[in-house]
Design a protein around this ligand. Structure first.
Ligand code: AHR
Length: 660
């Protein structure tokens, strides 16, 4: 028995030492003189979809939910604590939706019977985040019947109903009039509400009740949440894909995303259901609607602000095939195709054109310089190919230089994928969007996915991907370190294949802590705070170190795709005169490597940026948002091979200065 144990221990230590031996022998060959291809500036970008309260309740900084009373239930999000609707007790007063027949919009008619008792309270998006001493712009429209109401008082209240900020307006006119005021918050509170009370008795109509922080991204009035845009900006993204995702398609064709309804005057942007509201039984959010306050103009502006190429994706006349799969027949496709042509005019057209003029009136006379347009999201089957052809013909006829993104369905393999790829190749498609929501293991095992892709075939847009710790779209998925380092391993494969892969983006981008439907997500936020997941920092390290020229890094002449659990890619930045090497060690033990770098004379100093964590389950959280973040240190360049220790479960970016 004892012998047996001894044998086992010896065998075990033999395995470990041979593992280290192998690891110590890892020598990588790197040729810095030979550029394989130029890295596309779009290589690492962002996928934005209004899922998980990413737009309303997230990036779009409006604090009032259902500001225009246009939700299916017009008073959703609004409470009247002193009105007993069931017994029609209107002692204090009541609010009722009124529909304007002409344009089918709704406003709220408030009847005050007892001014002391009546209050209307907006609950915000799972509360409102307000910060001590910060100022908030309040605005609304009101029509004061017979000038009966003398004053409207607006109060920010905390969970205990304590007032933490107040302002008022005097509604002077019985005609619809726009009023503004400012509230200063006296406390920081993530779950504040807005309480509205009245002086006087009588009837008043209210609409577009809005509250925005003054402190927005670029201080734009009624703009975007600063901390969230900052996280996007810090990624230095090459492109911004919007508005999705399945939201583009809709569950039915009538609830597809129609960009024309998202531009122009805010009041005319008609609120619509968000398709993610009751999609999943595990996370029902029936109060999820789209106000389109963050619409296509704002998406283009955001792209410009963060230095990203705008990449809009449009409906191709097919509703989500996971839902109804409703189809617009080929002879009904004209309005869909026209939407695409008009969008290009909106983005790039002269001021003399219909849509160029609308862009200019919105505040951007210069063109947005749109280069890409996506036809459909993740459609599949012959119906898609048939519709894609119609779009392609019309777009290329009018705008031959616009690059069209086509889709290959929801999976990176299987019947639908193979069919789409085969057909799109025949059509010489320019850029094909691939999606993969797979296990961390899949990501590690598929780092060589593009090694054999045809260099002359369509270019690839890895448009939606994320490692799923449990399974696809499972509510228990975590943004854990194993997922993130497995994605890093896979991304070395994307980078190594930059000849074929021109754009990549993690998905989804953002999630509200209390209102998400889909996990994992790259950025998490609540009403006050936000943080980047470990996956965010993986993306950021690749994106901010993408370089200009792809180099070859190999072991015994072969790319590193998981031998000894190691992965690598290398680029050169010709402007900064740097060789940048990304190394991923997915093993539970540290490894020593040597890099035999030829073709460049190196300076004496370099730097290492490292992302590592001891536990595969580790993750960033609201209470420890910086647990897994990049740490930078100096690297001394040696004569001969460059030596490096790669910690267990780590992504290392090694930057070496080139002298010549
Ligand atoms: O990213 C979430 C969803 O996953 C997207 O909307 C869709 O394109 C994919 O199925």
């Amino acid at each position: 028995m004892k012998n047996n144990i001894l044998t086992r221990i010896t065998t075990c230590s033999l395995i470990i030492s041979s593992f280290y031996l192998n690891a110590q022998k890892t020598i990588l060959e790197l040729d810095a003189s030979r550029t394989i291809t130029k890295i596309q500036p779009t290589m690492f970008g962002l996928f934005f979809e209004d899922i998980n309260f990413a737009a309303d309740g997230g990036l779009y900084a409006e604090l009032i939910k259902n500001r225009s009373f246009e939700f299916d239930k017009p008073l959703m999000g609004w409470q009247e604590p002193n009105t007993k609707r069931s017994s029609l007790n209107k002692e204090s007063g009541s609010a009722a939706p009124v529909k304007v027949q002409a344009d089918n919009t709704v406003f709220c008619r408030v009847e005050i019977n007892n001014a002391q008792g009546y209050a209307l309270i907006n609950e915000g998006f799972r509360g409102m985040g307000v910060k001590k001493d910060a100022k908030y712009n309040l605005s609304l429209k009101a029509a004061n019947h017979n000038s009966a109401i003398k004053k409207i008082i607006f109060q920010l209240i905390d969970k205990e109903q304590k007032v933490i900020g107040e302002t008022s307006i005097v509604p002077k006119s019985d005609q619809w009039t726009h009023y503004t005021a400012v509230i200063t918050a006296t406390q920081t509170q993530g779950k504040a509400k807005l309480k509205i009370t009245f002086q006087g008795t009588g009837t008043i109509d209210l609409d577009m009740i809005s509250l925005f922080p003054q402190d927005t991204w670029k201080n734009r009035k009624n703009g975007l949440r600063k901390d969230l845009v900052q996280l996007l900006y810090d990624m230095k993204p090459g492109f911004l894909r919007f508005p999705g995702g399945c939201i583009v398609e809709g569950r039915t064709l009538s609830d597809r995303y129609q960009w024309k309804k998202s531009v122009g005057n805010l009041e005319q942007r008609k609120t619509m259901i968000n398709r993610w509201n009751v999609e999943f039984n595990h996370k029902q959010t029936p109060d999820y609607f789209q106000s389109f306050g963050l619409g296509f103009f704002e998406y283009f502006q955001l792209s410009e602000d963060i230095g990203a190429e705008p990449l809009p994706i449009l409906s191709c006349g097919m509703a989500c095939q996971y839902n109804t799969g409703e189809l617009a027949s080929i002879n009904e496709l004209d309005p869909y195709v026209q939407d695409a042509l008009d969008l290009i005019e909106f983005a790039n057209g002269a001021l003399t054109t219909t849509w160029g003029k609308i862009r200019s009136e919105a505040g951007h006379p210069e063109p947005f310089n749109l280069k890409y347009i996506g036809v459909g999201n993740e459609q599949w089957g012959p119906d898609y190919i048939e519709r894609y052809k119609v779009f392609e013909k019309a777009i290329k006829a009018k705008y031959p230089n616009i690059i069209i993104v086509s889709g290959s369905g929801p999976s990176p393999d299987g019947e639908h994928f193979d069919f789409a790829m085969q057909e799109l190749k025949k059509l010489n498609a320019e850029l094909v969007d691939e999606h993969y929501y797979k296990s961390p293991q899949w990501f590690r095992e598929n780092a060589g996915r593009y090694d054999n892709y045809d260099r002359k075939g369509p270019k690839i847009f890895a448009g939606e991907y994320a490692a799923q710790s449990v399974s696809g779209a499972n509510p228990n998925n975590r943004n854990n370190w194993e997922c993130a380092f497995s994605e890093a391993a896979f991304i070395t494969g994307l980078e190594r294949n930059a000849e074929v892969v021109h754009l990549t983006s993690y998905a989804p981008l953002m999630a509200h802590e209390d209102a998400w439907q889909w996990t994992p997500d790259m950025i998490w936020f609540n009403n006050l705070e936000s943080y980047g997941s470990a996956n965010y920092y993986v993306q950021q390290l690749f994106s901010t170190n993408k370089g200009t020229d792809l180099l070859s890094i190999t072991k015994e002449g072969k790319p590193l795709t998981g031998q000894n659990s190691l992965y690598a890619s290398a680029v050169k930045n010709v402007h900064k005169k740097e060789v940048i090497i990304k190394l991923v060690n997915t093993a539970p033990a540290a490894q020593e490597i040597n890099i035999d770098l030829k073709g460049a004379k190196l300076g004496s100093k370099g730097s290492i940026v490292r992302l590592a964590s001891p536990g595969r389950e580790d993750e960033n959280t609201f209470s420890d948002p910086k647990k897994i973040t990049p740490k930078q240190s100096e690297y001394t360049i040696t004569k001969g091979n460059q030596q490096l220790n790669l910690p267990a479960y780590s992504l290392t970016v090694l930057k070496l200065k080139i002298v010549r």
